[in-house]
Write a protein that binds this ligand. Structure first.
Ligand code: PEP
Ligand code: MN
Length: 275
């Protein structure tokens, strides 16, 4: 792929490489990443219950949005800095690193003080000033694929971040917009397999935003593992029907627990196959 230098699968000698990214005790790219947590941080009780549930189920990173990119300006926009503080506290309390979205260049330094990983949302994938700004931090960045972005555009955005000196980029496939409207988006698993051949960066899949449907999360999660992903990002809420955002796609803690068991078995099976 043209223009892919720092993110290219092949090094200057033409040898294939894989990147490992350390986040506290976790080595992304080696340890299978299981990010769980609510769409939005809503209250201290909600994020604490979610954090404990994710930890006990076997998740290894906690998510929660404090700055939310909502379609309507009248929808819940997140708790902002208060949400960051609650997420930070919950993560420390249960011993999980945290990830949250940063939407604005002006917030990058502040969000970096709280979060172990910075998330760039699908709607901001090609916000080049934001990519440059996170590229100047030393925090791992999870870069979601844009709703209408090609694989080449997605990987070039990773290149933007790396070109500023931050090589700790994790790619995330979260579904793209197609003519299909039964599902919220169309999960493009071929992009996962393709990204694994094109770049050395870890690739994560978000089956929650990709499908928008509870009953599709389990099969798509296992399929994503077989497509070669290095991890998953899944929305989990202690009381999904009461969630202030994305209530229709968040798993209960019990559902997440069962899913994590099958994730473990599927990763083990995949690792047992011949390459
Ligand atoms: C999210 O993960 O909180 C989110 C808003 O997802 P996306 O940017 O993929 O829509
Ligand atoms: Mn969401």
């Amino acid at each position: 792929m043209k223009n892919l230098k720092l993110a290219n699968k092949l090094d200057e000698q033409g040898k294939k490489r894989e990147t490992e990214i350390k986040v506290k005790d976790l080595v992304i790219g080696r340890d299978f990443l299981i990010i769980g947590g609510p769409c939005s941080v809503e209250s201290e009780e909600q994020i604490m219950d979610a954090a404990l549930g994710v930890k006990l189920a076997g998740g290894n990173m906690l998510r929660g949005g404090a700055y939310k990119p909502r379609t309507s300006p009248y929808a819940f926009q997140g708790l902002g800095r208060e949400g960051l503080e609650l997420l930070y506290k919950a993560g420390r309390e249960v011993g999980l690193p945290i990830i949250t979205e940063v939407m604005d260049t002006r917030d990058v330094a502040m969000v970096s003080q709280y979060s172990d990983v910075l998330q760039i949302g699908a709607r901001n994938m090609q916000n080049f000033s934001l990519l440059v700004e996170v590229g100047r931090t030393n925090k791992p960045v999870l870069l979601k694929r844009g709703l209408n972005a090609t694989i080449e555009e997605w990987l070039n955005c990773a290149e933007y971040i790396m070109n500023e000196g931050n090589e700790k980029v994790i790619l995330c496939e979260r579904g793209i917009r197609t003519m299909e409207n039964y599902t919220r988006n169309t999960l493009d698993l071929s992009a996962v397999a393709a990204a694994k051949t094109l770049t050395h960066l870890p690739v994560v899949v978000d089956p929650s935003h990709a499908t928008g449907r509870i009953e599709l999360i389990h099969p798509m999660t296992l399929s994503a593992i077989m497509a070669g992903c290095d991890g998953l990002e899944i929305e989990v809420h202690p009381n999904p029907s009461k969630a202030l955002s994305d209530s229709e796609q968040q798993l209960t803690i019990e559902q997440f627990h069962l899913l994590v068991k099958d994730i473990g078995k599927t990763v083990e099976f995949r690792n047992s196959l011949e390459k």
